[in-house]
Write a protein that binds this ligand. Sequence first.
Ligand code: GDP
Ligand code: MG
Length: 604
Amino acid sequence: YPPERVRNFSIIAHVDHGKSTLADRLLEITGTISSRQKNEQVLDRLQVERERGITVKAQTASLFYTYKGENYLLNLVDTPGHVDFNYEVARSLAACQGVILLVDANQGVQAQTVANMFLAWESDLEIIPVLNKIDLPYADPEAVAKQIGNLLPVEESDILKISAKTGLGVEEVLKTVIEKIPPPVSDWEKPAKALLFDSYFENYKGVICNLAIIDGAIHKGDKIIAHSTQREYVVQNIGILYPKETPTDVLYGGQVGYITAGIKTSSEAVVGDTFYLKDSPVEPLPGFKPAKPMVFAGIFPPDQSQLSFLRDAINKLVLNDSSVSVDLDSSASLGQGWRLGFLGLLHMDVFQQRLEQEFNASVIVTAPNIPYKVKIQGAKYIKQYGSDEITVLNPCRMPDSSVITEYQEPLVLATIIFPVEYIGAIINLVLERRGEQIEQTQLDNTRVLMKVKFPLNEILVDFFDILKSITSGYASFDYEDFGYQVSEMSKVSFFLNDVEVEDMTMICHISKARNMAKKICAKLKEKIPRQLFKVSVKGKVGSQIIAREDINALRKDVTAKCYGGDITRKNKLLAKQAEGKKKMRQIGSITVPKNVFIDIVRKD
Ligand code: GDP
Ligand code: MG
């Protein structure tokens, strides 16, 4: 397959608009999967994707298709839709020349439609707009085509209308991909140059690298060098993803595929890196903009004996998700562990779930927080912290307020799309969350696109749920990083019998700190199980106690009901209690369920 016969493309869309379903149909039409596998979302391979019904990981598949008597090799990348995984999308686009922009003809253009479209635009990719779900009775393809016409320079009549579910019009999509998306530019005479755009770990196979071959060719047995580390490897396996790894012995310029080469760790497989043949060095590719984690949480083993097991699991998973940052951390009650950085809360949940499901690693995750910057004064402190401006990833490590001269909090630029009748409710919500409206445009007669600058803190936890509920589910929301602003913050901390719950410490805007201290204290009282002794719960803002609750003592003796007689029954009960203890953790002498603190912050 010379470059003229290759097309590399991706499907981008708002979440649930039908990317994975379209990918299935394309695999089916081209005979890559049998129709028996129909409606299985074949490319959503991870258990977490199947359980949640969302794509979190971009997946590549090669398809063969004959058009006008010529055979084509089409490389399709299915990408996630949720804002937390935009980094996956941006990365996958680097291996493509064009995209199918899929829009639900029922729901119309949504926030991630716009965000993904801009990503494709910035990468100079050909954009093929396609309306999906036209089989639905309330689909309104004409109106949605108009919305797209307002965003993109396309003729409304040129927009394809399909049903990925029934297959209607999908063949036309393949033809348009071949007609409209330019073939990759590649010179097979030049020395080999390949972009590492993804990697993952599989048991028995080790690290598998996904490569887009830019120039030349890579063969099985070739000696290759990874530019960033200058390490040398021998290509052991090479092939295409059809959609499982299928060996071909060679990959030529313009093609996308996989290799294994005895690469062991995530620090060796740096996504965005350039591979070339030993003795034929090339100019490296520009690589990727590094991901910027915005949500941090501590991850700890349930007990310290599992520390090295968890380290291994985290290393393997990070290989598959290079957007996660990893730092060592320790806590008085949890021992040694890590502070990991994620792109959002869903990303954090998915990472935890993948650790548990794919690597069998049970973990304690602390309440999430975001990074703050502070300026500090006093030679002693500047020396201690290494600089007069520091970024605080863990709120309990925030320097004392007397030392701080300025706080800065992270901002996002949000895009909210909603039906025009909700504008009053949206403006109230924006004000309540300290938002500042930057721009407002009409997408068409019925819908508004609003850009708002928000403190990240205000939208992290429940913003999207509230936005959905005040708009009866009609609003959509996406955001991007927007730097920092100077702000007035204070530390809010919690104590159980005067022992600080370090991982509950939070940083709040001063206007909200007192309420937060009271609210969380009340929740702690409600959620912490009674102990054999009385427990006092205190909430402080800075060093001042703002809230106090008491949890009364309870006497719980599980063996009391056994009347002393039946020894086996008694032992069973004790064993059960020991099992229960594994799911518990200690704060001083107080025993609490291991996820109680994160649940208080997240789920209420
Ligand atoms: P993704 O999040 O973009 O990958 O979306 P999915 O492919 O997972 O689809 C989301 C939901 O829409 C699933 O329940 C699909 O069955 C459904 N869906 C996808 N395409 C169509 C379509 O053309 N018609 C109808 N009626 N439903 C569809
Ligand atoms: Mg999907």
